[in-house]
Structure formats: structure tokens, C-alpha cells
Design a protein around this ligand. Structure first.
Ligand SMILES: Cc1cc2nc3c(=O)[nH]c(=O)nc-3n(C[C@H](O)[C@H](O)[C@H](O)COP(=O)(O)OP(=O)(O)OC[C@H]3O[C@@H](n4cnc5c(N)ncnc54)[C@H](O)[C@@H]3O)c2cc1C
Length: 543
């Protein structure tokens, strides 16, 4: 056992693992990458995390870099839950609900708690967390906050950043801060602190003040965006200041989150679902643009390639739900307004819109029927679990977003791109937000396929950026999309990101190789030669 592992074992209460099989297990996440950590720690409490960070900082002061990577369930699709140093794995012990108040609409949790478990608990109180990712049964709240996750309800409710109220964060030097919106006066008190926290507030406030115009003009005009750092919600017009939005979506590169307070919403089980078939992409785009204005709680899409795939591989899954011949596109449009009158009005208007564009529409208020129809969208998961020979569906271009008004034009170009690569790709996603998911099939053991992946990525991300979109709406940059950040935002804003990173993490101990300072050449050696989602299975003790 290394001296670092020995030190940790003597100083933290949680378990410290260095066995090859544990390291091997944590060397993959949901991405195409493999990075071997040296040490795995299951922290028991915040104090363990502080000690680990402090130790890593002290080593860095002496010129030795031992990086820290926080990890939830490792479902990340872009390789950000991987690292070469110490892996701090939260679900083992730091997995509790700390407080829940359904009158004040908030829940406070430790980061390692399973998202689905929190959602279930909230539902029993008539509440829910709307920006849940479709992976919530496997993933943690900490991972969702660090990725700024979102999902099928985000078209109405927004992303995780819109629900994260306060955080406790262990900084690079082991100091702990509590974030939240500060008034001008509170900010100046913070700036007077003789601590690392004081230094952060002083330097970051300067950065935001000096670059206000650049920040404003660099905002990408899309409904959701998890690329880069969120600089747009930190400073309020009233002079208030909040570091919470900066840490949300920062993938453990600015600090390690140990406690999270989230706003919750009232859950209304009385919904109406419309299912609409389309034979034309342009008409779909027009319908989506108009439907959005009605404030539906979901506008989800699946294409005919997905339906064909399911027909070939899981023929029973959609039996009795979708009839052949399959339409080119199906949209699921949901209304969840708590006022029955308002909901009815929305549905009526949606029918009117769909009359102009769709080839067939059904609507239902029956929750069992709705569940059946939702299978159409949720069956997309089947693509991920299937093989085609040695080929697997890989997350390499799986999360781009374009402005909704350019959605149908984008979808057309997307199919042309797939044709030019001779690929048959199933497409699904959040049409209401211009956010499409797709995972083309490749065999990672084949050099030709590996080369093709990178060519496809270049062509795809160039196209998304040319459309005025963003490289990722939900799944964040990680390692995979980090090389595209300069192209996406331009060098000047990228330099602001770098300054922020330098202030929060001067020695580069926090999840290096993720988000910033990453080239294509850096990531290529980490590409796996096989792909599986085996990491979703449990590997850790639970208390
Ligand atoms: C099948 C599938 C479907 C998915 N669907 C969605 C979706 O609908 N929407 C969506 O947004 N994402 C989706 N994802 C991506 C991913 O599942 C989510 O982003 C999820 O929220 C990540 O949670 P996790 O616990 O697995 O985090 P991990 O993968 O363990 O970590 C994710 C990031 O969070 C950081 N992190 C974790 N804990 C902390 C902490 N305490 N402090 C600081 N940083 C931390 C990690 O370092 C890493 O950068 C999907 C993934 C898969 C495989």
C-alpha cells in the first residue's frame, strides 16, 4: 500500500481501498473511457472529505499532484467520474435525507443518496424534483447536481441548477463553505474573510465584474446548457452574488459537494397525455415550436429508427402500443397543470395545433394508458442494453441542443450526417428543448470504428455549434466534450473559465482532465477497447 493510502487509512473514518479489483471497477463509468484510480475512499462524513482535500493540497504544495475525483454512481456518459488519483465514492455512506419540508418545498440531502429514492420519498409527500434524469434509479443527487442534470420535464420546469438552493462544498484546500444567494452587504462581509473562502469571493467577484459584457454576450441561446461553467446566474442585477450556480454543473472541478438543499415542486398525478404521429420533419418542428408556448410538462420525441430497432430486437415491448406501419416521428406531449381548467384549455389548444401538422393524435387522462404510451419514449433504453454483433450503442454525440426554432432543420441535417457516415441511428429526446439523444453502434475493439467515432464527433459538434447550439444540454462536458469548449464559447470566455478554475483550484487537484485544458490527443489514449454498463451494478457497502 502506498504512503498516501496509508496516511488516509490512519486519518479518515471511512474505508480506503487499493485492491486491483476495486480500482478496476472504478476505472470506468458510463462513458467510452477507462482511467485507473490509485486509491478509493468511501467517506463516512464531510470531515473525511475535508481531510482528503487538505492532504492532497499539502502534497501539491510540495510539488506532488494526487488528484481527487468525486463519484456518485458512475453513470456519467462523458468520463467525468474517472480519475487517476483518489476516487471519493459518496453512495457508500453519505447517502441520507437530512431534512424534508413539504410545506416549505425543500429537501436537504447528502450527495451520495440515490435520486430515485429521494423522488419516491418526495412523492409520498405530494412533492417531486422535476429535473430528474432518466437514469435516476441508478444515479445520485450529487451526480445530478455536479452535472446539472435534467430530463423529460425540463421543458416546463428547468434543469437542476434551477432547483439547487444551497450547497456545502469542500474547497481544494479542505476548507468548507456554505453557498447561497448573498446580498451586496453579505458579499462584502465574505470578501473581508481572511480565509480561502474570502479569497474566492474577492477574486471571483472581480472576474465577474471585469468580464460582465463578455459573459452577457457569450450566452448561448438554447433552452438548456451544461457546457462550461454557468456564469450567467452568479451575479444578480441587484448586486447579489451566489456561488451555487457555479458549483452546479462544475463536475467536481471547483469543489466537492457534501450537502445539497433543493427546492421541490408539488406533484400533480392528474395529467393529460397526447400522442401524435408525424410523417414530416418540418411539420414536427413547426408543431413543437407552437406547442412549447402552451407550457406543457413534456414534449418528447422518438423516431422511426428507434421503433424499427425495437421491432427487431424487443418485438413485444411496444406490441399493442404502436401499430405498423410506423410513423416517421412520434411526439408525446404532456400537460400537468394543477388547475383542471387550465389543463383542459392547454390540451384543447394542443389538439388544434396538432390538427395542422400530425397524421394522427390520441389523448388520454387515464394513468395506466399514459404509462403504456410512455413506454414508447422510455424504451429508448433498450438501445443501450443491446448489442449488434460486437457493436454497442456508444455515448459520443448523445446530448447536443439547438435553438428550438431550428430544430427540424437540424434534424434533417442530422439524418444527412448519419447517411454520409453510412450509419443507421435511432434518435429520441426532448424535442421541446431542441435536445436530441442518439447513440450510434460501434465496436471499440476495431481501430477503424475508433477513428470513425472521432470523425463523427468532429462533424457533429461542428454542426451543433454552427446551428447556434451547445454540445451538451444535460450530460455535461466531462472528458469527451472538453476539447470542443473553445470552439463553443470562443477563446475569451474560455479564458474566463480558466481563471475561475485557477482561483478555485490553484494546484489543479480537483478532477483534472475534465472540462478544461483537454485536447483530443489527451483523451484518445483513455478510450476503452470494450464497452459495457457493468458499473451500474453495486460494488459498495451500504449503511
Ligand atoms: C442510461 C443513461 C441515461 C441517462 N439519462 C440522463 C438524463 O436523462 N439526464 C441527465 O442529465 N443525465 C443522464 N444521464 C447521465 C447521468 O446518469 C446523470 O448525469 C446522473 O445525474 C449522474 O449521476 P451519478 O451519480 O451517476 O454521477 P457520477 O457519474 O458518479 O458523476 C457525475 C459527475 O458528478 C461529479 N460528482 C459526483 N458526486 C459529486 C460530489 N459530491 N461533489 C462534486 N462532484 C461530484 C463527478 O465527479 C462527475 O463529474 C444518463 C446516463 C445513462 C447511463
Amino acid at each position: 500500500m502506498s504512503k498516501v493510502a496509508q496516511y488516509l487509512q490512519e486519518h479518515v473514518i471511512g474505508e480506503v481501498l487499493t485492491s486491483l479489483d476495486a480500482r478496476e471497477y472504478f476505472s470506468t463509468d458510463g462513458s467510452i473511457f477507462k482511467v485507473m484510480p490509485q486509491i478509493i475512499v468511501y467517506p463516512r462524513a464531510e470531515n473525511d472529505v475535508r481531510k482528503i482535500a487538505r492532504f492532497s493540497w499539502q502534497l501539491a504544495e510540495r510539488g506532488r499532484l494526487v488528484p481527487l475525483t468525486a463519484r456518485g454512481s458512475g453513470t456519467d456518459q462523458a468520463g467525468s467520474a474517472l480519475g487517476q488519483g483518489i476516487m471519493i465514492v459518496f453512495p457508500a455512506h453519505m447517502n441520507k435525507i437530512l431534512a424534508l419540508d413539504s410545506n416549505k418545498n425543500y429537501v436537504s440531502v447528502q450527495p451520495g443518496i440515490n435520486y430515485g429514492k429521494v423522488q419516491q420519498t418526495l412523492l409520498t409527500h405530494g412533492q417531486f424534483l422535476p429535473p430528474f434524469p432518466s437514469s435516476m434509479e441508478y444515479s445520485t443527487i450529487g451526480g445530478a447536481v455536479a452535472n446539472n442534470a435534467s430530463g423529460e420535464k425540463s421543458v416546463k420546469y428547468g434543469a437542476t441548477k434551477d432547483y439547487t438552493k444551497m450547497l456545502r462544498v469542500v474547497l481544494a484546500n479542505g476548507e468548507v463553505i456554505t453557498t447561497g444567494r448573498l446580498s451586496k452587504k453579505e458579499l462584502s462581509q465574505k470578501k473581508g474573510l481572511p480565509t480561502f473562502e474570502g479569497e474566492l469571493y474577492r477574486s471571483l467577484d472581480n472576474i465577474f465584474t471585469d468580464n460582465q459584457d463578455l459573459i452577457e454576450k457569450s450566452q448561448i441561446n438554447v433552452s438548456k446548457n451544461s457546457a462550461g461553467y454557468n456564469l450567467w446566474d452568479v451575479k444578480g442585477n441587484d448586486g447579489s452574488f451566489d456561488l451555487t450556480p457555479l458549483f452546479v454543473g462544475s463536475q467536481g472541478t471547483l469543489g466537492i459537494i457534501t450537502e445539497i438543499v433543493l427546492d421541490t415542486e408539488q406533484y400533480n398525478p392528474q395529467k393529460t397525455l397526447l400522442v401524435a404521429n408525424f410523417d414530416d420533419i418540418v411539420k414536427t418542428g413547426q408543431a413543437v415550436e407552437e406547442l412549447r408556448k402552451l407550457n406543457p410538462s413534456a414534449i418528447e420525441l422518438v423516431d422511426v429508427n428507434l421503433l424499427d430497432f425495437l421491432h427487431d430486437h424487443n418485438p413485444n415491448q411496444l406490441k399493442d402500443v404502436v401499430k405498423e406501419p410506423y410513423p416517421k416521428i412520434i411526439l408525446l406531449i404532456e400537460f400537468d397543470d394543477s388547475s383542471a381548467h387550465k389543463q383542459k384549455k392547454g390540451v384543447k389548444k394542443a389538439h388544434k395545433i396538432l390538427e395542422n401538422y400530425a397524421t394522427a393524435v390520441v389523448a388520454t387522462k387515464d394513468s395506466n394508458e399514459q404509462e403504456d404510451y410512455w413506454k414508447i419514449r422510455h424504451s429508448a433504453a433498450a438501445v443501450l442494453w443491446q448489442n449488434i454483433g460486437n457493436k454497442k450503442a456508444l455515448p459520443v454525440i448523445e446530448d447536443g441542443v439547438v435553438p428550438v426554432e431550428r430544430f427540424s432543420e437540424f434534424l434533417q441535417k442530422l439524418y444527412e450526417l448519419f447517411d454520409s457516415f453510412n450509419l443507421d441511428v435511432a434518435v429520441w429526446g426532448h424535442a421541446g428543448e431542441g435536445n436530441l439523444h442518439m447513440q450510434p453502434f460501434f465496436d471499440l475493439s476495431q481501430v477503424g470504428d475508433r477513428q470513425k467515432i472521432f470523425k463523427l464527433m468532429d462533424a457533429y459538434y461542428e454542426m451543433v455549434i454552427a446551428f447556434g447550439g451547445t454540445t451538451c444540454g444535460e450530460h455535461n462536458d466531462g472528458r469527451l466534450r472538453a476539447p470542443y469548449l473553445v470552439k463553443l464559447y470562443g477563446q475569451d470566455l474560455y479564458d474566463v473559465f480558466k481563471k475561475i478554475k485557477q482561483i478555485c483550484d490553484p494546484y489543479g487537484t480537483l478532477n483534472p482532465g475534465v472540462k478544461l485544458d483537454v485536447t483530443m490527443q489527451d483523451i484518445q489514449p483513455f478510450v476503452r477497447t470494450e464497452y459495457s454498463l457493468a458499473h451500474l451494478y453495486d460494488h459498495m457497502p451500504r449503511t
